[in-house]
Design a protein around this ligand. Structure first.
Ligand SMILES: Nc1nc2c(ncn2[C@@H]2O[C@H](COP(=O)(O)OP(=O)(O)OP(=O)(O)O)[C@@H](O)[C@H]2O)c(=O)[nH]1
Ligand SMILES: [Mg+2]
Length: 446
């Protein structure tokens, strides 16, 4: 585990090194590239705020803090494991606070992935008097903990009364705003949607349409109640946190027995069945909801390290697709297509650096050309107009004689996905090409 960690931290530093020398690489482009093009490339790539933040975040990030609210058994601990892709929620030391609330750290080895303030739904407190005191104490504790996001968990198949929890969250939100001068981001997570009928379909890729429709109805139902009660939320999503675990030697184990295992086994539990649904999307939602950049980066780093690499590569892809789109706000003609090619090559190089490989800008170009079935990056591309149009048609589908903003986004995003498949997921070049075609088509449909 340690070894793995060293290697991946090295990869992140590799990526940063490549970023730092990007300006130099642009200076070294062939003389035929006009100065105007060079400075545009530098401005857009090095001037991109998100990219800068991502690079800075490699050296400065902190674990995100989540305040979890939901009834006993709704799956709060399971959700944390699902988000981290590892069994982390059950193993760390817990610090008990108010009755019914606890703060704990989720760890992978000695790396802290997340900090959690876990509560039972306030509705579960007993008498009214108890409730008032418990509520006040809890609100104080929440403010002290200063969460980045509140996650309000509900059950997909039991329509519990949510009004009490909604009222409580409104109070929490008000106090939080007073103390922090910021709105507390609230994300509603409807868990256990694998249990929605037909419940025999546990594998998310096999969910039939009627199951998905019913899940979406539940989302609309809860959303209606929450909005009607006047609670401002950032987002609402249905998920399944279902993971079956096995020990390193392949013995499957039910969740309740995990605590009886030796520590080594608990620390090294593996996924025997992955029934997670909506979790990737939830991670994106949480990333969006978190306002603090260091915590945002911390969330990207909050999983097993090979997952971290994938998540960062995905984020790089989003950033570079955005850069391409910005550059193409004034449609890019065939003669200037070089700009997009360089932007994409940078993306491919950065993704490759995350995989532990150092590749040159030329190798990056070669990769892009091979996606479009065009050979040869060894020449000054923009001078060969015929090759440029061929490139245009292959990479930027439907572009005609100029690349528009939307098309630039799609083309770059498809290249990024292919690069992730090839460099990060170790797929073959053929599979990467298939991924590339698929990504282009998916976008065409939408
Ligand atoms: N089928 C299915 N089971 C789930 C899911 N999430 C959690 N569970 C199961 O539900 C039970 C309760 O889950 P926990 O994660 O312990 O719930 P919790 O909210 O942390 O409960 P407390 O800590 O007691 O408040 C466990 O048996 C989990 O395996 C899910 O998405 N699908
Ligand atoms: Mg729990």
């Amino acid at each position: 585990m340690k070894d793995d960690k060293m290697k991946i931290e090295q990869r992140l530093q590799n990526m940063k090194k490549f970023y730092i020398k990007a300006g130099e690489l642009i200076d070294k482009l062939p003389d035929a590239i006009p100065e105007k093009t060079r400075s545009m490339l530098k401005d857009t790539i090095l001037g991109d705020k998100d990219l800068k933040r991502l690079m800075e975040g490699i050296d400065s990030h902190r674990p995100p803090r989540f305040f979890l609210i939901g009834r006993t058994g709704v799956g709060k601990s399971s959700l944390i494991n699902a988000l981290c892709g590892a069994y982390v929620a059950g193993v760390s030391d817990t610090k008990s606070c108010t009755e019914g609330a606890q703060i704990y750290e989720c760890k992978d080895g000695d790396r802290v992935l997340m900090e959690i303030l876990d509560t039972r739904g306030i509705a579960e407190s007993e008498s009214l008097d108890d409730k008032v005191t418990a509520e006040e104490m809890l609100i104080e504790q929440i403010n002290e903990f200063s969460p980045d996001v509140a996650i309000f968990m509900l059950n997909c198949t039991h329509r519990d009364d949510v009004n009490t929890d909604v009222e409580f969250l409104k109070k929490v939100s008000k106090e939080y705003a007073k103390v922090n001068k910021l709105q507390l981001p609230i994300v509603v997570v409807i868990n256990k949607c694998d249990e929605m009928a037909p419940s025999r379909f546990k594998n998310p890729v096999e969910y039939p349409e009627n199951k998905i429709n019913k899940i979406n109805e539940v989302v609309q139902y809860y959303k209606g109640i929450i909005v009607k009660n006047g609670l401002k939320i950032d987002n609402i999503i249905a998920v399944s946190s279902l993971i079956d675990w096995q020990t390193p030697d392949g013995m499957e184990i039910d969740v309740d027995s995990i605590k009886n295992l030796p520590k080594y086994d608990i620390d090294n539990l593996q996924i025997a069945f992955d029934g997670r649904y909506g979790i990737e999307e939830l991670l994106d939602i949480l990333e969006e909801a978190i306002l603090d950049f260091e915590a945002q980066m911390g969330l990207r780093m909050a999983s097993r390290l090979n997952e971290v690499v994938k998540r960062l590569a995905k984020h790089l892809n989003t950033i570079f697709s955005g850069i391409s789109a910005t550059v193409a706000l004034t449609p890019i003609p065939v003669s200037d297509i070089y700009i997009l090619l360089i932007i994409q090559s940078m993306l491919v190089c950065l993704i490759a650096s995350l995989s532990g490989r150092d590749i040159s800008l030329d190798t990056g170009k070669e990769f892009i050309f091979s996606m479009g079935g065009i050979a040869g990056a060894g020449y000054v591309f923009r001078l060969i107009a015929q090759q440029a149009s061929k490139f245009l048609n292959a990479i930027f589908v439907g572009s005609g004689s100029a690349v528009s903003s939307g098309i630039a986004y799609i083309g770059t995003s498809a290249i990024g996905k292919a690069a992730i498949a090839y460099y990060i997921e170790n797929k073959t070049m053929d599979e990467a090409k298939k991924q590339f075609e698929k990504a282009k088509q998916e976008h065409n449909k939408s």
